[in-house]
Design a protein around this ligand. Structure first.
Ligand SMILES: [Zn+2]
Length: 335
């Protein structure tokens, strides 16, 4: 690989690695959760009702939907507007993940986008998959985290009563919504044993939901550009030329609701659900990029010499405001 290929994000990668101490309570917590989840797998094979296993998987899918369409695209990036009812439903479903409040999730994710691929990025992918996926969660926060947090504009979330309600009562809501109710459900409705319910509907589901949530930040290392060919996501045109590598595209235009966290564009499960929300009248003002806007942005970048990302965002947002909500029913045109 030539030194030029390592430019862009690579130059950030070369900055000195910041030493972060292990957070031993977090390390021990995650070891216990994973061992308990493994025992949950053993119980699935040997003892659990099929309905308990299917229920646990359903709850993981629900949590994943809430993280991807709610915490990520709705609240972190404002990809669309949601009705009060949909926001309450997404907030409750996100609470079942048992990870953290929407507010804290969004704050970390905005820091992640703002300082993408640097030591200030909480999930710096240049440190490898394990670090981006879960290793960083077993370390103390990076130096100057509070200052980084202060630089992030969170006023939109602070105006959202649903988000602030969850933030305020998180430690009351979470044990009830993420632990007591989901574990009680199989015991109450089909007579599952408490032991199986605790380990399958509890630890196994919780562990899987955590991994689904963590993938939002580590997916770029699975479905993004080949690491050997990696170049700065804000200086390449690969997404336009090849219509692929969508995790990288997400870091260029994070507000496009059609960007799949898991390497898709326009066809991902979360994107489909946002279309359903809109068709049902629960979501509106879906922001996306059409081909005309891409062409206009390219022309603008060439004419003015401004960075492509700046031009894409400027022109894209203007176009997005003119795309009718009914576009969700014209799938081919806006894919
Ligand atoms: Zn994002």
């Amino acid at each position: 690989m030539s030194s030029q290929q390592k430019s862009g994000a690579g130059s950030e990668a070369r900055e000195a690695r910041e030493a972060r101490d292990s957070s031993w309570p977090n390390v021990l917590f995650h070891i216990h959760v994973h061992l308990a989840a493994l025992y949950g797998v053993f119980l699935i094979i040997t003892e659990a009702y099929y309905s308990t296993t299917l229920y646990a998987i359903f709850m993981v899918m629900l949590a994943s939907l809430a993280v991807n369409t709610g915490a990520h695209r709705l609240w972190a990036h404002g990809s669309y507007k949601a009705s009060f009812g949909l926001r309450v439903a997404l907030m409750l479903a996100q609470t079942t993940v048992g990870q953290c409040s929407i507010y804290d999730w969004v704050l970390d994710h905005r820091i992640h986008h703002k300082h993408f691929g640097t030591e200030k990025d909480p999930y710096n992918h240049n440190r490898g998959f394990f670090f981006a996926h879960m290793g960083s969660r077993m370390l103390t926060k990076q130096a100057g985290y509070d200052d980084l947090a202060k630089e992030i504009d969170m006023s939109d979330l602070e105006e959202d009563k649903v988000v602030m309600f969850q933030k305020r009562y998180f430690w009351v809501l979470m044990p009830i919504v993420a632990l007591l109710l989901p574990i009680n459900f199989p015991v109450e409705y089909w007579g599952e044993s408490i032991l199986v319910s605790v380990y399958v509907a509890g630890f196994f589901r919780y562990c899987l939901a955590l991994h689904m949530s963590w993938l939002v930040n580590s997916a770029i290392l699975i479905w993004g550009l080949d690491p050997k060919a990696r170049s700065s996501s804000d200086s390449n045109l690969v997404f336009i030329v090849t219509r692929t590598h969508w995790p990288h595209y997400h870091y260029m235009l994070p507000w496009d609701y059609q960007t799949g966290e898991f390497g898709t564009y326009g066809t991902g499960c979360s994107t489909a659900w946002i279309r359903v929300y809109c068709a049902a009248g629960w979501a509106s003002e879906l922001k996306t990029m059409d081909s005309a806007a891409v062409k206009e942005a390219l022309t603008l970048a060439v004419d003015t010499g401004k960075p492509l990302v700046e031009c894409l965002n400027k022109v894209g947002l203007e176009h997005a405001s003119r795309i009718p909500d009914s576009h969700v029913l014209e799938f081919e045109k806006y894919k």
